[in-house]
Design a protein around this ligand. Structure first.
Ligand code: ATP
Ligand code: MG
Length: 265
């Protein structure tokens, strides 16, 4: 192997944040994810698209072991985060989920103040030594969630009293408060109006500077707007994965083409 090949390989693997190898997921006898292999890059937004029931959420939940919480769910294969197997018995799923944060379809703030929604994670993970440091984390996270200006004068008010779009940005701020490396978002804008959606999309683009973001979306316009890489799932298979521009303009698989042109799904 010459030097050039070594160098290229090095550069290539360095940018891989998550590698999934031969992943199978079963719910009882239902084979929901079929031999999926994919490499998710760092500082990149990856979109998961595909018809309802194809396994997008199931596969997304594999990436931070949220499927562990579903009794009948069984995951096989390897998922490596920075080369380390996240299913290794030594890995604490709570620590893992601080590193691989998640934002859900329906905003789900805790029934606590805006401040405590953000401070909760940093407190349990011991990220602040004192109140001043915690205040800093709260402010920084709310700023990153693009909601600081709207809530800075009412940090003691309940998070559940915010509008839907504000609640979702609060949940994104909460997810970034533990300094995650990866952010998983399952249809984060489906409960939001176009203005709040645009704010969240802008935020996702900013988050890409620091994180690897994976977003499940039913909106192909959204996938095209926010992602650099797209994965198309169909009936539990990862049919096609590549540059977003390529997938949307020149898909290689007829199933991808049918989906993006609106013939399936
Ligand atoms: N908790 C569960 N128990 C049993 N089966 C499940 C469970 N969650 C998902 N499934 C099944 O796994 C398959 C994939 O579902 P999943 O929710 O991952 O699809 P999806 O692509 O996210 O769909 P949608 O776009 O509707 O959210 C489906 O057949 C679904 O019925
Ligand atoms: Mg889903």
């Amino acid at each position: 192997m010459n030097d050039m090949t070594l160098l290229e390989r090095d550069v290539d693997t360095k940018n891989i944040k998550i590698a999934a190898n031969n992943v199978q997921v079963y719910y009882g006898d239902t084979h929901a994810i079929k031999d999926v292999n994919v490499q998710i890059e760092d500082k990149t937004v990856t979109a998961f698209i595909g018809p309802s029931g194809c396994g997008k959420s199931t596969f997304l939940r594999c990436l931070n072991r949220m499927n562990d919480t579903i009794d009948i769910c069984r995951v096989e294969g390897d998922i490596l985060l920075d080369g380390e197997d996240i299913y290794d018995p030594k890995v604490d799923p709570v620590q893992l989920r601080a590193k691989v944060g998640m934002v859900f379809q329906k905003p789900n703030p805790f029934p606590k103040s805006i401040y405590d929604n953000i401070a909760y994670g940093p407190r349990i993970h011991g990220l602040a030594r004192n109140k001043a440091e915690l205040d800093d984390i709260v402010e920084k996270s709310l700023r990153r969630g693009a909601i600081w200006d709207e809530v800075k004068d009412r940090l003691d008010a309940p998070g559940t009293g915010l509008s839907g779009g504000q609640q979702q940005r609060l949940c994104i701020a909460r997810a970034v408060a533990t300094e995650p490396e990866v952010l998983l978002m399952d249809e984060p804008c489906s409960a939001l109006d176009p203005i709040a959606t645009a704010q969240v999309e802008e935020l996702i683009d900013e988050l890409r500077q620091n994180y690897s973001v994976v977003i499940v979306t039913h909106s192909m316009q959204q996938a095209a707007r926010v992602s650099q890489k797209t994965a198309f799932f169909h009936l539990g298979n990862l049919v096609e994965f590549g540059e977003t521009g390529h997938i949307f303009t020149n898909p290689e698989d007829p199933r991808t083409e049918s989906y993006i042109t609106g013939r399936i799904g």
